[in-house]
Design a protein around this ligand. Structure first.
Ligand code: SF4
Length: 360
């Protein structure tokens, strides 16, 4: 634990926030539902990208009851492009629970909020403070970075004990009358001034005079995070498989990476043209045309897919149920409007659009 006195940041931080806060769609009406949806979307997604998704999402699902009732397929379509689909699945589960246990209103308590699927300390703190003005810190990577630079602390911020320690400290020092503004001020300072990956913009910072990291010239070295393990590499062949103007998609297993989501058919390893020919013959496809779609790469948090794509157009007769029992075949418009494909397949999805355009 460091002994930096965080109380002294309150006043300059709040004055700075009043003048510099970001205009964000969920801030104009910080009701609990909006705060919740925006905070879940903002996990692992940039603010600029979230703006549009948020507006579309709340237009179609304006409250907890609509979210609880939405079909999974539609929910994933609204989430398409944001990635980490488990966040969307948890939103729906939590909404169902809120309908059942809390009469459709998000609970006004940090501890009760944390009982909902997908809501951890950070999100519960954000909802409690911003929507209900309950003094609760919201400690995420941004806040940890700002706090450790202020204190010139070499603590490893990936350790749970360090996060918990900062939560306890800020709980004592945060202003009790403006907890929502305070948490949002720290978020904005971290996003706009005390920025990650490089030099913080200390000259623009309201905490310039009281920042130990800046005074000691070590701010840009902080915070300390041990290097992540290298991602596991996986090679794949991705297929756009077309038959009579419809395209094959496949539902992934209910457990594991991209659980239960639709995907383009794919095979392990990068297949050569000869290997693809053999695979098609094994599936009793005789008459087809094949086109190479090139390589693409997608990084998940722990795995990296290195992909090679083919477009295979089946021309002759083919018993789809018999030879491809795991696939369903959908039109391109359905693919665009109804089925969400994870962004891992975005490169091939756009390639399909380009090819259809060229051929039309
Ligand atoms: Fe971050 Fe610099 Fe401000 Fe310190 S003075 S909080 S390092 S931007």
């Amino acid at each position: 634990m460091c002994d930096y006195n965080y109380k002294k940041i309150n006043e300059p931080l709040l004055i700075w926030y009043e003048k510099n806060k970001r205009e964000l769609p969920w801030r104009s009406d910080p009701n609990p539902y909006y705060v919740w949806i925006s905070e879940i979307m903002l996990q692992q997604t940039r603010v600029e990208a979230v703006r549009e998704y948020f507006q579309r999402f709340v237009r179609e699902l304006p409250g907890v009851s609509a979210l609880a009732a939405v079909e999974e397929e539609r929910l994933y379509k609204l989430w398409e492009g944001l990635g980490y689909y488990r966040r969307a699945a948890n939103l729906k589960k939590a909404a169902e629970l809120v309908m059942k246990e809390y009469k459709g209103q998000l609970p006004k308590s940090f501890e009760e909020l944390k009982k909902l699927p997908g809501i951890g300390d950070y999100t519960a703190g954000a909802i409690a403070s911003i929507a209900f003005e309950i003094p609760t810190p919201a400690v995420d990577g941004n806040v940890l970075r700002v706090a450790k630079r202020l204190a010139a602390s070499y603590d490893d911020i990936t350790r749970e004990k360090i996060k918990r320690g900062l939560f306890e400290t800020l709980l004592l020092t945060m202003p009790k009358d403006q907890p929502g503004a305070y948490n949002q001020a720290l978020m904005d300072l971290g996003a706009m001034v005390c920025i990650p990956n490089g030099q913080p913009l200390c000259q623009e910072c309201p905490l310039f005079e009281i920042c130990e990291g800046r005074k000691q010239g070590i701010a840009s070295e902080l915070p300390i995070k041990p290097k992540k393990k290298a991602r596991r590499q996986e090679e794949k062949t991705v297929l756009i498989l077309e038959f009579q103007g419809r395209y094959a998609i496949h539902k992934r297993m209910a457990k594991g990476l991209l659980e239960g989501l639709w995907e383009l058919p794919n095979l392990l390893g990068k297949m050569t043209v000869d290997q693809m020919d053999r695979w098609l013959v094994e599936h009793e496809v005789q008459d087809y045309r094949m086109e190479l779609l090139g390589e693409a790469c997608h990084k998940f948090s722990h795995i990296e897919w290195n992909m090679l794509g083919y477009w295979v157009k089946i021309d002759g007769a083919c018993s789809l149920e018999k030879h491809f029992p795991d696939f369903i075949w959908v039109e391109n418009t359905d693919l665009a409007n109804e089925y969400a494909l994870p962004s891992a397949f975005a490169a091939y999805r756009s390639r399909l659009e380009e090819l259809l355009e060229e051929k039309s």
